[in-house]
Design a binder for this molecule. Sequence first.
Ligand SMILES: C[S@@+](CC[C@H](N)C(=O)[O-])C[C@H]1O[C@@H](n2cnc3c(N)ncnc32)[C@H](O)[C@@H]1O
Length: 535
Amino acid sequence: MLKSQKKKKTRSSKSRSQSIVSISSAEICQEPPSANNYRIRTSKTMGRYMVAAREFKPGAIILSEVPLIVGPLANCDVQCLGCYKVLYENGKYYRCKGCGWPLCSPNCRGLKQTFGHTEKECQTLSSTKSGRLLDYANFASMSQHFNAIAPLRCLLLKQTSPSQHAIIQSMEPHNEVRQAIPEVWDVNQATVVDRIRKDWGLSAYSEDEIHTICGVLEVNAFEIGQGGASLRGLYPTAFLMSHDCVPNTNHVDEDKEYRLTVRASTEIHTGHPVTLSYAHTLHGTMRRREHLIDNKFFECNCSKCVDPTELGTYMSALRCPKCQNGWVISNGPLDHEASWSCNNTSKDPSRRCPGYKVTANSIRLLVERITREVDSIDCNDIQAMETFLQKYRNVLHPNHYLCLGIKLSLSQLYGKVTGYIINDLPPEALNRKKEICKEIMQVFDVIEPGFTRLRGVTLYELHAPTMMLTTKNYEEGKLTKTELRKRLREVLDYLEEAALILGYEPESTSEHIMGVAAKDALGRIRNWETLLGKL
Ligand SMILES: C[S@@+](CC[C@H](N)C(=O)[O-])C[C@H]1O[C@@H](n2cnc3c(N)ncnc32)[C@H](O)[C@@H]1O
């Protein structure tokens, strides 16, 4: 398939902070992506992985595809089998006439649809009489039955689409590793294998076969869905992207058909791996690596994981309690048990740390305790978040991932929640919002570089206080026209990039709505051009 990439003409954004990605270097790709975009290679450690077969600019579509199957996530709440809307015991729901499983309504849009409640599934669930096992008086117990739906959908492909089933069979299930972990294997045995074979009587599917499907889903499925949906999908090609804690792509999934679109977030050169992060990029190394080992069954040795400073971000560092000048970081981030010590080896003996060393377990316990404290903070409580940052300023690095999470929330809450509405914010609060946005964006530029959702949202958040302060300063006669033009140009740059990045988001999402708001705001700023000439 031929591709054509139109380059958007914009002026260079060199005048701004270096962190801003030049929009003129973005690739505005309207055409469907081609399979010629990538090649599949194999390595001893990673198995198959995807590499770029051409040069990609940020924003370029690498692949876009519909799933092989879609189904409820493991341990989800009771949901409609057609459209995956969450259902409540005391709320409105409907029992499918065919199989007795819950639907949102008799006219659910997902009825008889490939990625909803298909006729084949309805017949199968009906033949097993599984609907009778559902206790509608107790949704909590009923929800457990949903763990077996996505695996069943994979198994059904064996008859309905052998070619798609073959792709699923080719995916890595990590059976050997998973079999040795009782919390994984035994739970699957009880909640999926026995459910399908014993409770539903579908004994034609072997235990091994079902365990393999469970593994395939755990290792390869994407969490998808908008508006709090608990969904997973297996995709025919996207699963081949390898993991990197600093990924070079981002992806979105759309409501319609659950299409997954993967875009380059940074430039990707021919032959380079096309990567995504299987772990939360905003977590520290210990937590990311634990997640990858527990859920994806491999040890990550990427450049961020091997570096105790996490590429200079110090996202896991603690302030040294002994010298107060250095940072306590791991002596071997790839070794779970490696000690941590202060990195202050200043030449000046009066500043040098006398030495501080602590076990990995002490760090783990301390971070777990502080994490519980973070989790207990109300998600709209600006004051409590500021108090947290203040309280831990002598314990955690300002970029520590727990602080980063709090700062990300603050960057969005200032200007939004009751008592802090943007038009009512005093200059100090506007400056605080601006400062936080800039601080976190510096870290995002390292850990999630390029065109990413985080960046788009933060740029949008940054434009508002910058604009408010500019107007205020101008009205107070504190800015010359040249300074005003410079400041407005800065806001324009933020908004242009935010509008571009957030324009990639699916229409139903809050990020997309923010992108539309960014475009509107761009129009309003352009009005200043009548006063000042072209910005
Ligand atoms: C979604 S699959 C990717 C496709 C898989 N490599 C294959 O051949 O089917 C995820 C698995 O790939 C391997 N993998 C992916 N990224 C890796 C990395 N950075 N280091 C080591 N293994 C990796 C791990 O075995 C992981 O569980």
